[in-house]
Design a protein around this ligand. Structure first.
Ligand code: IPE
Ligand code: IPE
Ligand code: MG
Length: 242
């Protein structure tokens, strides 16, 4: 089969979402930013549950970036506590829905209790296969490539890897996402048209969809519309269509 050009038939297999706009959503209601984060977290379940009907097998969501530590201590602490509560509260329903959960990002800066909850949820759902939900937490694309390079360099130093054999394919095996296919569609909410260090390597040929909706207003219907807009786009992967 010729894989150089391909019309995006059906839906995207892997959708990645930059869930942005929680702060503005709260501000518009005269509430603190954390109120928006709580409302945003509540949206996730509906989107995950919409995946099977839309043919989306992989869903990756950006929850906290390596740059988000620059926010106030109150907001950062509030988000970390929200992540702990989210995992505790949602674990059973995710398991029952057949969702396999993975986390990407650097765990080193996260508190022990949160990391334990993340590990437990990954283990608990490891036999699930209906939807693959990946949560990017303390994730940055550049940081991920740097960590991958560090591991790769260690292999070279130990004499287990020939530097001449390093290519894009072998480097990708060191990324946090090594078991996942590349995203076909990346959606960003809230009207910002930037990628903010999300899946830099993996999105090399992704289709992008920037929408004005703020994340706490994002519904299964909004999701279905974005997914539908993907179908029919021509993906060329650098080739001239024949
Ligand atoms: C996205 O919403 C959630 C996180 C980055 C944790 P924001 O908090 O960035 O919301 P805005 O962009 O300030 O509205
Ligand atoms: C990206 O949103 C990170 C997440 C959605 C978790 P930001 O709101 O942090 O990105 P910038 O600062 O607008 O680029
Ligand atoms: Mg933002």
């Amino acid at each position: 089969m010729d894989l150089t050009t391909e019309r995006a038939k059906g839906g995207p297999r892997h959708v990645a979402i930059i869930m942005d706009g929680n702060g503005r959503w709260a501000q518009a209601r005269g509430k603190p930013r954390l109120f928006g984060h709580h409302a945003g977290a509540k949206r996730v379940r509906e989107i995950v549950e919409a995946c099977p009907d839309l043919g989306v097998r992989y869903l990756t969501i950006f929850a906290f970036s390596t740059e988000n530590w620059k926010r106030t201590q109150t907001e950062v602490a509030g988000l970390m506590s929200l992540f702990r509560r989210y995992i505790t509260r949602e674990a059973r329903s995710l398991f029952k829905e057949g969702v396999r959960v993975r986390f990407i990002g650097d765990r080193i800066k996260l508190d022990e209790k949160l990391v334990r909850l993340m590990d437990d949820l990954e283990l608990m759902t490891s036999d699930n296969d209906r939807v693959h939900l990946t949560i990017a937490l303390n994730y940055g694309g550049r940081d991920e490539v740097a960590r991958a390079t560090k591991r790769l360099a260690r292999e070279v130093k130990a004499g287990r890897l020939d530097p001449e054999k390093v290519d894009a394919e072998s480097l990708a095996k060191y990324l946090d996402t090594y078991v996942l296919p590349d995203p076909d569609l990346v959606i960003r909410t809230s009207g910002e048209a930037r990628i903010s260090n999300f899946l830099l390597w993996q999105s090399a040929y992704a289709e992008y969809e920037f929408i004005d909706t703020l994340w706490p207003d994002f519904t299964a219907e909004t999701f279905a519309r974005s997914v539908a807009s993907y179908a029919g786009r021509e993906r060329r992967f650098g080739a001239v269509p024949g």
